[in-house]
Ligand binder design. Structure first.
Ligand code: VGL
Ligand code: ZN
Length: 234
């Protein structure tokens, strides 16, 4: 039996060298998949749709099967939230305003707590997900990052949770690449995690060049850019 197993394994290697290409490695037990904001609000038909947003769903569903740890986030705003243009007379969505903690992009009202718009996309299938973390629920402070709010002071508890569970590496996916995905990945680095963004499991808003800027900033902070095939074929 041992001999047969070894033979079978050898045959697999010989027939499929691409399975073992450099840099491809199955996520370790101490890695977590973070699925950012795959909510109706960010998908066609929602209040702040991201182009191609629904396309991440099958990719993420497939990725989830390769991970022993899966964490999900939801943008979860109060009505009248400080990131909503409607909170400022005379302001329109996609303009900016100065808040105490810095420049805030103003968005259409989106992802209001408890609404269908804020629900996870119906086709997202993450039966093994262990934690759902909600963010952006303080009315006066936005939170693109799943780790800390835009004041760069208030933490969500995610870093503590991951550390308590011995997680060392995070793979970030979801919506939107240039906002919540990027800020989450960069804050993961800040909190001491190794961080990957799985590019084809994300879609971007790309507001005034924000996508290129986000990749540049992520790279500078040591976030690694990979594709789902790099994980799935490992
Ligand atoms: C997001 C804009 C506003 C995101 C959330 O999930 O990327 N973007 N709120
Ligand atoms: Zn938001």
């Amino acid at each position: 039996r041992t001999f047969l197993h070894a033979g079978a394994a050898f045959g697999l290697v010989a027939l499929s060298p691409q399975l073992f290409a450099a840099g491809q490695r199955k996520p370790a037990a101490n890695a977590a998949l973070i699925v950012v904001d795959v909510q109706n609000c960010f998908i066609e038909g929602g209040t702040l749709p991201v182009k191609g947003g629904a396309e991440v769903v099958p990719v993420i569903n497939k990725l989830a099967g390769a991970f022993q740890n899966v964490v999900v986030t939801q943008d979860w705003h109060t009505p009248g939230h400080a990131s909503f243009a409607t909170a400022y007379p005379g302001k329109k969505p996609f303009e900016t305003t100065a808040l105490k903690y810095g420049t805030q992009v103003l968005w259409p009202d989106h992802c209001v707590q408890g609404t269908d718009d804020a629900s996870l996309h119906k086709d997202l299938k993450l039966p093994t997900a262990q934690l759902v973390i909600r963010k952006g629920y303080n009315k006066g402070v936005d939170s693109y990052s799943a780790f800390e709010e835009a004041d760069h002071k208030t933490v969500t508890g995610l870093a503590g949770y991951l550390k308590a569970r011995g997680i060392k590496t995070v793979y970030v996916t979801g919506l939107a690449t240039d906002f919540c995905v990027a800020w989450t990945a960069m804050d993961a680095r800040k909190a001491g995690f190794e961080a990957y963004v799985i590019e084809d499991a994300t879609r971007a808003i790309d507001l005034n060049g924000s996508l290129a800027a986000a990749w540049k900033q992520m790279t500078a902070k040591g976030v690694k850019r990979i594709q789902s095939a790099d994980v799935l074929s490992a």
